[in-house]
Design a protein around this ligand. Structure first.
Ligand code: PFF
Length: 455
């Protein structure tokens, strides 16, 4: 197993932070977060979400960082190094499998962002009415060739970054794409907030209505926190295996959590004011971004067609960039595993992942069209994979990671990693271990049982 100390590292701390933040910031922030917030009553949901990030997300992220950096191995290899000969390696294998499955269906939606960018650039949305958008989405997502083609393009783009390597591929692309993403999202939010009638959207986003809080809201917020922070499948532990010795794990976790949350809330600042300004309800579910939103942009900025054009182009480029930095991280989880565990060269490993993931992705892509009737437990193939990974595998993985770091792993190892061998002060260490041992596993155990309908 390759766990040597000469393994490549990210070249800089900021590179490490941007790569990890790139993994976290994705469709989960811009696609999933707004409709979860819309469905669960706005600001009250956001407050609970923030609580989940602080109490569960950050401690588990630090545990993943500690596991990855200490073992200097891919997520499955990490458990073989830290707990040799024990069943803990199963947690790593489950993570690799989850990464593979998520990448296969995530790249379908990522492909849609390219189609919409293409349409936006060609001004294909101009003059369409609401029915036009619905029809466009239905036709496009059901058309086997178009969505397959875009998925393939997205996969090849991801593949290209991965074979360039950790420093020249992952780190460099994050350093270029993340600042562009921050600028785009800020410009879009400012434009959206300035629209006439945007105030109602702001109020929805900022004024909590606690009458909407049910146990379900709480559980939805925890699931969203996991997906959004890329937790539970060893993605961040794989990235941490490339962190330098002087990277401060708590600070990095805090930065990634902060960036991810700010991007999600700023995405809300783009979407809600624009939607409210034209009287569209923000709880339309997953199709919101691809059916309602292009129409919202046309209506909101329709009096100045050039603004509508620019706004749409920027928005879909933003989505594609966010998805891209996330697919890179999922691909890396699996590629690092195949490379180190199966001893294939990195390029061959990457090709294996790209080819098999694309083949599996075909079923997800077609589940919006010709395979719509193929149901597993009553769900389409796409929905089945989404449910299996985000509702079962990620919470289970997160729970096991916190149990592993809290109960199994030598306390000294955790301390050495968090304190950089004693060179950093860690006043919260006891509280941290308490969260890993008790709070996180019990809380996640509840979501897990609830999602399965067992509690
Ligand atoms: N965090 C990503 C998002 O919010 O879109 C999704 C994700 C990326 C999940 C990487 C899991 C992962 F390993």
């Amino acid at each position: 197993m390759e766990t040597n100390q000469n393994r490549v590292n990210f070249g800089s701390k900021i590179g490490a932070i941007l790569a990890a933040a790139g993994s976290a910031v994705g469709l989960g922030n811009i696609w999933r977060f707004p409709y979860e917030t819309g469905n669960h009553g706005g600001a009250a949901f956001i407050l609970i979400y923030l609580l989940c990030i602080v109490v569960l997300g950050l401690p588990i992220m630090m545990a993943e960082f500690a596991i990855g950096r200490h073992s200097r191995a891919n997520t499955a290899g990490a458990y073989k190094v830290l707990a040799p000969g024990t069943p803990w390696r199963g947690v790593g294998y489950m993570g690799v499998l989850a990464g593979f499955l998520i990448l296969s269906y995530y790249s379908v939606v990522a492909g849609w962002t390219l189609e919409y960018t293409w349409q936006a650039v060609g001004n294909g949305f101009a003059g369409m009415n609401a029915e036009g958008y619905t029809q466009f989405f239905a036709d496009f997502s059901a058309n086997p060739w178009r969505s397959l083609l875009w998925m393939l393009v997205f996969m090849l783009m991801t593949h290209w970054v991965i074979i360039k390597g950790v420093k020249k591929g992952i780190e460099k692309s994050a350093k270029i794409m993340m600042p562009v993403l921050f600028i785009l999202i800020l410009v879009l939010a400012v434009c959206s907030v300035m629209l006439p009638g945007a105030g109602a959207g702001l109020e929805f986003l900022l004024k909590p209505d606690f009458s909407k809080v049910t146990p379900d809201v709480f559980l939805g917020a925890m699931g969203q926190a996991f997906f959004s922070l890329s937790l539970g499948l060893g993605c961040l532990s794989t990235y941490a295996s490339y962190f330098g010795k002087d990277t401060n794990l708590s600070k990095t976790a805090l930065s990634v959590g902060l960036i991810d949350t700010l991007v999600a809330i700023t995405a809300g600042l783009i979407i809600f004011p624009a939607a409210f300004s034209v009287g569209v309800s923000p709880d339309a579910g997953p199709s919101f971004l691809f059916i309602t939103l292009p129409n919202v942009f046309q209506m909101a900025f329709g009096s100045v067609p050039f603004l509508a054009y620019i706004f749409s182009v920027m928005f879909y480029v933003l989505l594609a960039l966010a998805a891209f930095t996330s697919t890179i991280s999922m691909h890396e989880v699996v590629t690092a595993f195949v490379h180190e565990d199966w001893k294939l060269s990195r390029t061959k490993a990457a090709w294996c992942v790209t080819i098999f993931c694309t083949l599996l992705g075909v079923f997800s892509a077609l589940s919006f069209g010709v395979l719509a009737d193929m149901k597993i437990f009553g769900l389409t193939f796409f929905d089945f994979l989404d449910t299996l990974t985000s509702k079962v595998m990620l919470p289970l993985g997160g729970m096991l990671i916190s149990v592993f770091a809290g109960w199994y792993l030598d306390r000294r190892i955790v301390w050495e990693e968090i304190s950089n061998n004693g060179s950093l002060k860690v006043p919260f260490f006891k509280l941290y271990i308490f969260i890993l041992k008790f709070v996180a596993p019990i809380a996640i155990g509840f979501i897990f049982l609830n999602e399965l309908g067992l509690w």
